[in-house]
Design a protein around this ligand. Structure first.
Ligand SMILES: [Mn+2]
Length: 309
């Protein structure tokens, strides 16, 4: 059996305030008073004083902190799987800088993504080799920071994010070899990316299980004709039925949790944290969103018969 506990995806839940780091740190301090979440997820934090303040909050609360560095690398137009050696070198240097920054914040998990899909099978083989080399270098760097793990979140290849990693079967085959060289790499699985990739959720998460350190449950619509088609970190519905245009309900979430809980523990991972990923937008009532997320997660854990404490 695997132990699963809820994580707060602060970055998405409080997205509209994240660019004001000082303000966000104050809100994070208030969020730490909520008893429900046992881990927290943030983006990269630039300001040194804010990093130290977050470190205090996280350590006092006993939270495991994940920081998502993937958007920073992608926003710079860089890719860890680039076939251009110069660009790949820049991406590695960027990731190393980000690692140093998140270590200051007290993070133990660094979230990464591969890079854009190069669109042909031949180039995909080459890009996966390039990514492998990048990972070996980053794995060595991460060892400098006590307890730091690196995470790959597989995204969709053909719908929205259009990344090399990618279809879960390919990811896990590639990952099996990576894991032999880099024990500090893990998979972060996300249900929305799997739905968009046309995967069966249970099969997909079972393939990821040997490397699965944490996960996101996330709503989406996999109908190309629908205006919401894609990976938009879509809203969940309201109690009691939580119905939306998307596929996600607490019952679907509970099936994912049950599947993960039934796996044998993953080497080096004591607790598997699961967040409900819902993006907030400017002028939303962010605390109302947080309460809804918490209510939904509580119901999913309860339906699965899994204690969330
Ligand atoms: Mn996600």
């Amino acid at each position: 059996m695997r132990r699963i506990l809820p994580s707060m995806h602060f970055l998405e839940n409080f997205m509209p305030i994240m660019s004001n780091e000082k303000f966000a740190v104050d809100v994070l301090g208030q969020a730490a008073d909520i008893e429900f979440y046992e881990a927290v997820e943030l983006g990269f934090i630039k300001d040194t004083a804010c990093r130290h303040a977050i470190r205090n909050i996280v350590e006092n609360r006993g939270w495991q902190l994940t920081q998502w560095c993937s958007p920073v690398i992608a926003d710079k137009g860089l890719s860890l799987s680039s076939l251009d050696p110069k660009e790949r070198k820049k991406a590695i240097a960027c990731a190393k800088e980000l690692l140093a920054g998140i270590a200051e914040t007290g993070a133990k998990r660094c979230g990464l993504q591969s890079g854009p899909d190069p669109k042909t099978d031949e180039l995909r083989v080459e890009a996966k080799k390039a990514l492998f080399e990048s990972c070996i270098e980053l794995s060595e760097t991460a060892k400098q920071y006590d307890g730091m793990y690196l995470l790959f979140e597989p995204l969709d290849r053909f719908v929205h994010k259009k990344q090399l990693l990618g279809p879960i079967k390919e990811v896990t085959e590639w990952f099996a070899n990576l894991k032999k060289e880099c024990s500090n790499f893990y998979i972060h699985w996300d249900s929305a990316h799997e739905v968009l990739g046309g995967a069966d959720l249970k099969e997909s998460v079972t393939l990821a299980a040997p490397y699965l350190a944490q996960l996101h449950i996330c709503n989406c619509i996999n109908d190309p004709q629908h205006p919401y088609y894609g990976d938009h970190h879509m809203d969940i519905g309201q109690a009691p039925d939580y119905k939306t245009w998307g596929y996600l309900t607490p019952k679907v979430g509970s099936e994912i949790l049950k599947t993960v809980a039934a796996f044998e523990p993953c080497d080096g991972v004591e607790i598997t944290y699961c967040a409900l990923e819902v993006r907030a937008h400017l002028a939303d009532d962010l605390w109302a969103k947080e309460r809804l997320i918490r209510t939904f997660l509580t119901e999913a854990f309860d339906l699965a018969g899994i204690a969330h404490k």
